[in-house]
Write a protein that binds this ligand. Structure first.
Ligand code: SF4
Length: 340
């Protein structure tokens, strides 16, 4: 049987290059090797302040971006979390076997609650819902970047806790393992932090060529290269070298290394050589997204198909979980009582 992978992504609207290289491009490849579930996690998104009309738009735009980037709804199960109510049902069940201390220790909770005047219970319980997202599909693997491996640990703890209480002889839930994403994290245009929409340091996946160039042109490079004649070190170039490695052919990457270290070209030349390689990959995605934006029915149909496929698996998991926990579902009480 094919191993299962689960990935979640926030409905943040348009994807940026960091999302694409750090996660989505990998999912597009994985959908050919694994039974792949990709979930737009709108229940997670509502733990932060938001506008309902804006959330609908962001969820739709995220679906457009994923489909345009190559997620195939016939291969992968692409769906929106709130279309599958079993996510919150399982999260509640997991809340009952997760010690409060485990949640209060989470670094993300400490960071988020420090920024909020009033901390909502959803902020604390966020990782329990994450565990439910993954374990609802009995996923074996979760594609993550190196910096996210620790986020998976709570899901493994939840799986162990539930199994030891309700299924000690033969574990029902797997302990999901990280599957490291090959591309390193992509730095934002400020050269200081990971590319992130909230920091405003992104290049949008669907941006027009001129807009991409306007962002690349002033992007910081190796500070040692003050003049064209100064030798540089590509590994100290926070953005452009990483983007060359992601988008350019190997011979171009070698040329970049040679020309940078040997001061054979300026950083603008290096950026000019990057742009067409980026556009070769991004233009078909932008065109596909334009087509999908004009055809909302196609996007809805893809998400409905995904929700139907996801619910089939989710219902079966919940049915078995309820049976093992003595919770009522259709027919269970009558069957259990007649067996006495
Ligand atoms: Fe970066 Fe290229 Fe400039 Fe070297 S030549 S510092 S790799 S932009």
């Amino acid at each position: 049987m094919m191993a299962r992978i689960f990935s979640g992504i926030q409905p943040s609207g348009d994807l940026h290059i960091g999302n694409y290289l750090g996660a989505v491009k990998n999912w597009v490849q994985l959908q050919h090797q694994f039974e792949t579930f990709i979930c737009i996690v709108d229940y997670h998104a509502i733990t932060a302040p938001y506008e309902p009309a804006d959330l609908v738009r962001r969820t739709h735009d995220m679906a457009v971006g994923l489909l345009a980037a190559g997620v195939d709804p016939e291969k992968a199960t692409l769906f929106v979390q709130s279309q599958v109510p079993e996510h919150t049902e399982l999260a509640w069940i997991f809340n009952t076997i997760t010690p409060l201390g485990e949640l209060e220790r989470q670094v993300a909770f400490k960071e988020k609650s420090a920024r909020q005047e009033q901390v909502m219970a959803g902020t604390l319980n966020y990782p329990v819902l994450q565990a439910a997202d993954i374990l609802l599909y009995l996923a074996d693997l979760v594609p993550v970047g190196e910096d996210q491996v620790q986020h998976l640990e709570l899901s493994r703890v939840v799986s162990r806790n539930w199994n030891s209480r309700f299924s000690p002889a033969k574990p029902f839930f797997p302990e999901p393992q990280p599957r490291l994403t090959p591309t390193r994290r992509i730095m934002g245009l400020d050269g200081q932090a990971k590319m992130s929409k909230s920091l405003g340091n992104t290049i949008g996946l669907l941006e027009e060529p001129d807009a991409i160039w306007e962002k690349l042109r002033p992007a910081p490079t190796d500070p040692a290269r003050q003049r064209k004649t100064d030798a540089g070190e590509p590994d100290k170039c926070p953005i452009i070298y990483q983007l060359h490695k992601a988008f350019s052919p190997e011979e171009t990457v070698r040329e970049v290394e040679e020309n940078c270290r040997g001061a054979k070209w300026g950083c603008v030349d290096c950026k000019k050589s990057l742009l067409p390689n980026m556009l070769a990959e991004l233009t078909p995605i932008r065109e596909k997204a334009r087509e999908l934006q004009a055809d909302r029915a196609q996007v809805s149909a893809a998400l409905d198909l995904g929700a139907t496929k996801a619910r089939t698996v989710a219902r079966e998991t919940i049915k078995q979980v309820k049976d093992m926990m003595g919770l009522a579902r259709e027919g269970l009480i009558a069957n259990a009582m007649s067996a006495r």
